[in-house]
Write a protein that binds this ligand. Structure first.
Ligand SMILES: [Zn+2]
Ligand SMILES: [Zn+2]
Length: 104
């Protein structure tokens, strides 16, 4: 998730309903879905999060970490996504199939 500062009022809002005006800090999360034979079809979407929701999510993940067994990432899956503004795909990141963590 990338931390960003709105350069203008944003059309999209956080899931909690918070809107972002110029100068507000927001977090951009890129979600990539893959389906079909050999995951050939990809769809990516972007979600905005406000600082409060981002913090809550981190807290939730941190608590989850405490209960989770240590994961050495035995199985990883390469996720591809479009280069912004171009119809070209590039390997974006690896995702652990066990714990779901992004391996950048
Ligand atoms: Zn929010
Ligand atoms: Zn893992």
């Amino acid at each position: 998730m990338k931390r960003k500062i709105a350069t203008r009022k944003l059309k999209r809002s956080c899931k909690c309903g918070k809107t972002f005006k110029k100068g507000d800090v927001y977090y951009l999360e890129r979600i990539v879905f893959a389906w079909g034979f050999e995951n050939k079809h990809l769809f990516s979407n972007e979600h905005l999060h406000c600082a409060k929701c981002r913090y809550r999510q981190l807290e939730h993940e941190r608590r989850f970490e405490l209960f989770k067994p240590k994961c050495p990432h035995p199985i990883v899956h390469e996720v591809w996504s479009y280069i912004p503004g171009e119809y070209v795909m590039q390997p974006d990141h690896d995702v652990c199939q066990v714990c779901g963590e992004w391996i950048l």
